[in-house]
Design a protein around this ligand. Structure first.
Ligand code: NAP
Length: 280
């Protein structure tokens, strides 16, 4: 069994970006800018936002942090997005989800200029992704494909089973795998006989949000197992896969932490850099 080291791959990507940013800054005098908007004080979201800003600074991006109170109105948030859409220094806009319940995330996500939608959640960008014309691939799914490629894991012709059908992970990763000629099965909470489907997977992706949900009886021998889950259990971060037992039978497996997580931020930086280059 080999452990897929997402931290190492992400670190290479960020180093490469930092070098490219320097070169373009010398040529154009400009640097990429990412605006991150957080509404409310959810501690997990606050940590994500802090990490994104730190990564921006480390690789030479400008980082614009907008932290708004929990009771911010939808109109106020829409006005901010409008300002960011019109700000030439901002190449990427990320609104940290989930938003408070009085704000429609659908309305907010479609208000972002699709050219600055580095999360790839605008309906136009979702349509582009589904038709194989993505402007920006959603970060976590793009990170998963990058990890498979880095470890030279063949995708074409393989049975890929995804547990979870969210708009941010399950659905988009299924389209990216389909684009790479995998045969894709998407499972969810109403799936019947989940274990028999997951056991057919050459590549098994768990994006469920339930600690240690995937056990060895659900995994084929020598399968590639990608664990997207981030769960807190007894004060520790654990994935959706029972790593200790499943790692014994997988050919490749991502750990939590240090697997998919670091790749999400690296892909966000890549998308922002792409948006910056598109704007030049
Ligand atoms: P989500 O929106 O809550 O979706 C969870 C999915 O799991 C749903 O499709 C749900 O099915 C399915 N599910 C729940 N219980 C199930 C069961 N017993 N059997 C089969 N399917 C079941 O979650 P998400 O946003 O995709 O996130 C999933 C996990 O990944 C979370 O732990 C999250 O923190 C983590 N995550 C990590 C990253 C990263 O960067 N590493 C990024 C995003 C998310 P239904 O649709 O039928 O309800």
């Amino acid at each position: 069994m080999s452990i897929i080291d997402g931290k190492k791959v992400a670190s290479h990507i960020k180093d490469k970006l930092a070098a490219e940013v320097k070169i373009l800054k010398t040529k154009t005098g400009k640097t990429p800018g990412l605006a991150v908007v957080l509404v409310g004080d959810d501690p997990a979201s606050a940590v994500y936002v802090k990490n994104k800003n730190k990564t921006c600074t480390n690789i030479g991006f400008q980082s614009f942090e907008h932290i708004l109170s929990e009771n911010t109105s939808e109109d106020k948030l829409l006005n901010l997005i409008n300002d960011l859409n019109n700000d030439d220094q901002v190449n990427g806009i990320l609104v940290q989800l989930p938003l408070p319940s009085h704000i429609s995330s659908k309305k907010i996500l479609v208000a972002i200029n699709p050219q600055k939608d580095v999360d790839g959640f605008h309906l136009e960008n979702v349509g582009r992704l589904v038709t194989g014309n993505a402007l920006f691939k959603p970060c976590t799914p793009a990170g998963i494909i990058k990890l498979l490629d880095e470890y030279k894991i063949e995708i074409e012709g393989k049975n890929a089973v995804i547990i979870g059908r969210s708009n941010i992970v399950g659905k988009p990763v299924s389209f990216l795998l389909l684009e790479r000629n995998a045969t894709v099965t998407i499972c969810h909470s109403r799936t019947k006989d989940l274990s028999s489907l997951s056991r057919s997977a050459d590549i098994l992706i768990a994006a469920i949000g339930k600690p240690n949900f995937v056990t060895p009886d659900m995994v084929k021998n020598n399968a590639v197992v990608i664990d997207v889950g981030i769960n807190r259990l007894d004060g520790k971060l654990v994935g959706d896969v029972d790593f200790a037992s499943v790692s014994k039978q997988a050919s490749f497996i991502t750990p939590v932490p240090g697997g998919v997580g670091p790749m999400t931020i690296a892909m966000l930086m890549e998308n922002t850099f792409q948006a910056f280059k598109n704007s030049l």
